[in-house]
Design a protein. Sequence first.
Length: 229
Amino acid sequence: MGITDLGTNFSIEKAHETQLRLSKRIVFEDVLPEKIRFVAGVDVAYVKDLSVGAVVVSDYSSLKVLESQTALSKTRFPYIPTLLSFREIQPTVLSIRKLHLQPDFFLVDAHGFAHPYRCGFASYLGLVIGKPTIGVAKSRLIGHVEDTIGEKDVALLEHEDEVIGAVVTTKRGCKPVYVSVGHMVSLETAIEIVKHCIRHSRIPEPILKAHQIATAEKQRITVASAVNK
DNA sequence: GCGACAG
DNA sequence: ATCTTGTCGC
C-alpha cells in the first residue's frame, strides 16, 4: 500500500504497518481558509459487484447542495474491519476528481485518527488528496468514552491514555456520532464544524446528501440493468 | 480460546 | 454496507 496501491502480495499485517506509518503524516492543525465557503460530503454505496462513490459540495452557511458527482468502479476489496480504506478509496477519489468546485474540506462517513493504527479512511483520504478531512462515524471502532467536555453533548474518546476523537451527541435522544481528525484540521474545529452541519438528522447534512445521491445512483443502476434483461 | 469489529 | 415488516416511542 504505497499510498494508493493494492499490490500483488498483500497481507493484513503489512497493511496495518503501512497505516501506522502513514498516520505519522497526519496534520492536526487547521489548514482552512479564513472564511469557509464550501463543504463536501462523501459516501459509497454497493450494487452487485460495483461500488458507487458519491460526493456533494454544499454552501457552508446554508448547507444547500451546489454540486454533486458520482463514480462507478468494480468492488475490488471486501469489508474488513480496520481496512475500510482499501474498499472505499477508489470510488471516492474517482467521484472527487469530477468536481468543478473546490471544497475547503471533506466530511467522511468513517473514522479518521480513531483507528487501531491511527489511520482510518477519513485520514487516508485526506493524505491521498492532500485536503482537509474530518471523520464522522456512526459507531465505535476502538476507544472508550471519557469525561464530558463543557456541555454534556461532547465527550472525549480515548485509547491507551491518548485522545483519539470525540463522541458527539448531535441530536438529543439520538445515538452519538464519533468525530475524529482526518487530516489538516484540529479535533476542536472538527467538532465545531460537525455541529454546524447538523440539520434534521444526527448525521451532518453533506454526508446525508452524499448518501442519498449514492443510493439514488445505485437505484438507477439497478433499474437500468433490470430493463436490459 | 473467546469476543469485538468503521461501512 | 445490504435485505426487509412490523413496531415502539415521541
